[in-house]
Ligand binder design. Structure first.
Ligand code: NAG
Ligand code: NAG
Ligand code: NAG
Ligand code: NAG
Ligand code: NAG
Length: 349
């Protein structure tokens, strides 16, 4: 079967690479070949898809040729074998870690803050690599979820994330509303520093949006790019957590109960280094309004993410994937969620 298909394809490219068919026999031969190839297109597509899937399983999570990848993500790589007491300790059990593969603050919590204006209630694909064709610095995310009630990892909950591209735009929202093209940031008041949200004008784009269920260790890993900034906001990644969802035929999902909505941040020193890397340098506000630091984040979102007692850590713990920053970063964060909660699906603010 496969041999037949490749032969057909070879033959058709052979034919089309040659001079135009002239005689009626040649024309008929070409027509028949095209019809045959067309007829086989679904089978070819399926065959290709199968190979892509196999490749994707290995590659799309960022696996190829990254130094240290296996060490970083291998199950059990996080805990010293003696610290686990031979009890097959889970990643997120909050045991102090001696080895520095992850740091002490891995057991951090992020409270509930606004979902903002750029969530798409439907259409986020279920996938680990959300980068699509967006250029930027490779960023692997290792997002842990624990249940606040039991302090145990929560397997099989859907972690749904979305963030801006390297120059500060969300998929689906490429331009401001026509009337607001020359809008200036709000001065004073609750929305100080912000522009009105760009409306959704593109219903196809899905870049930098996606959801993936946590594994047995309560961890969901993603491959993406480091986000860019936009007017008024510190660099951040949004996340929601759903314990119940349905997969739709097109690979997206319909969610039910939501147990968490929050935002993750990056330390300003790293943000400002990355601001100087291409394509982050192309941010349209780089030379005008510039980046918003965490402490100046609008709507107090960064401050709120620290929690009422300022004891939460909403900032990714970042590590180099290679020897130099341009080889990419891995960011670890852990959310503590109330697994029995049920927040309304709109939490705008
Ligand atoms: C674990 O403990 C044993 C005995 O106490 C010791 O011999 C071994 O080196 C330890 N392993 C590690 C990885 O520290
Ligand atoms: C981790 O915590 C321990 C004990 O709380 C402390 O001694 C150590 O310096 C910390 N390590 C890091 C990398 O912060
Ligand atoms: C997938 O299907 C849902 C439900 O019909 C729809 O809302 C969504 O836009 C679709 N997404 C894509 C990427 O086609
Ligand atoms: C980010 O998205 C916007 C809007 O779609 C696009 O114009 C811009 O080129 C993208 N940034 C990069 C670095 O590709
Ligand atoms: C979790 O949510 C349930 C249901 O809303 C509530 O009764 C419980 O107090 C919450 N637990 C915590 C620790 O917030």
């Amino acid at each position: 079967m496969h041999i037949l298909l490749s032969t057909l394809l070879l033959l058709s490219s052979y034919v089309s690479a040659h001079k135009e068919p002239k005689t009626p026999q040649e024309v008929e031969a070409q027509r028949a070949l095209q019809a045959a190839a067309y007829h086989c297109a679904p089978a070819v597509a399926e065959f290709t898809l199968q190979r892509q899937r196999i490749f994707a399983q290995k590659v799309l999570a960022g696996r190829p040729s990254l130094p240290g990848y296996d060490d970083l993500f291998a199950e059990g790589a996080y805990l010293d074998e003696n610290e686990s007491g031979g009890t097959n300790q889970k990643l997120l059990s909050c045991v102090p870690v001696k080895e520095t593969k992850i740091q002490n603050n891995t057991c951090v919590l992020t409270p509930v803050v606004t979902e903002g204006p750029y969530y798409h209630t439907q259409g986020h694909p279920i996938r680990q690599n959300i980068a699509e064709l967006e250029p930027g610095l490779l960023l692997l995310l290792d997002i842990g979820v624990i249940d606040v009630e039991t302090c145990k990892p929560l397997p099989n909950v859907l972690v749904d994330i979305w963030h801006a591209n390297a120059t500060g735009y969300y998929a689906g929202h490429p331009v401001p509303a026509p009337k607001l093209v020359n809008e200036q940031p709000q001065v004073g008041g609750k929305r100080a520093g912000l522009l009105s949200a760009f409306p959704r004008t593109d219903f196809e784009e899905t870049f930098l949006r996606g959801a993936w269920p946590t594994d047995a260790n309560g961890v969901a890993q993603f491959t993406t790019i480091y986000p860019g900034y936009y007017t008024g906001r510190a660099t951040h990644i949004h996340a929601k957590v759903f314990p119940d969802w349905e997969t739709l035929p097109n690979g997206t999902f319909k969610s039910h109960r939501m147990v968490h909505v929050g935002q993750f941040f990056f330390d300003d020193a790293t943000n400002m280094k990355i601001d100087r890397m291409h394509p982050y340098t192309d941010n349209p506000i780089a030379d005008t309004r510039g980046r918003t630091r965490n402490w100046r984040d609008s709507l107090n979102i960064f401050e709120d993410s620290l929690g009422p007692e300022k004891e939460y850590n909403p900032v990714f713990d970042l590590q180099f994937l290679g020897g130099v920053i341009s080889q990419g970063l891995v960011g670890y964060i852990t959310m503590a969620v109330n697994a029995s909660a049920d927040y309304p699906n709109y939490w705008s603010g």
